[in-house]
Write a protein that binds this ligand. Sequence first.
Ligand code: ITT
Length: 197
Amino acid sequence: TDIIIATTNKGKIKEFKQLFEGNERVIKSLLDYPHIMDIPEDGHTFHENAAIKAETLAGILNCTVIADDSGLEVDALNGAPGIYSARYAGEQKNDAANIEKLLKELEGTPEEKRTARFVCVIAVAQPGEETIYFKGQFDGIITSQPQGEKGFGYDPIFYIPELGQTAAEISSNEKNARSHRGKAIQELLKYKNLFNL
Ligand code: ITT
């Protein structure tokens, strides 16, 4: 059987495929189920939103489903954009507009106060079972200008001090080895036999 991820985000799908590499199973996403409508994310936490996505799709397909709810918490903005990261600049998801808005909000904020972290909560929902969660975090600094073309979302303004590069300048292997999503999936893989993944 396939591994099903309740997401339409192509950046996430690419990283999930890389992180599950070596696994024989086919990775499917909501892009493979175009007849299923957008799942409303009206929770108040990463955990709630991850559960809504995973449990809704698990209910529709009657099988095990994984979901990822993630976002960027900026300390100088009291944790914003947080769970609202995908639509920070407006109803329509737009990475470039989100970056522009965030840089504007941080204008005049000195480097030492531009600390931030990516957070990823993965929910695994199985019909008739309690949903299980895995979490990962990734610390960095918000740059004053975008740098790099790789990755997705806020990667071009997320500077990793140990590497001296943004998350959009490093290879996907380097990102997966330390990212919020990479850490959450490493945890998940330790327990994969529990939910026959
Ligand atoms: P799905 O709900 O379909 O999975 P989404 O993009 O709406 O897709 P989220 O609600 O979890 O997913 O929002 C996550 C947002 O946080 C994402 O759109 C990016 O803006 C940001 N984000 C999360 N992980 C990121 C990463 O690894 N690099 C850069 N930005 C990231």
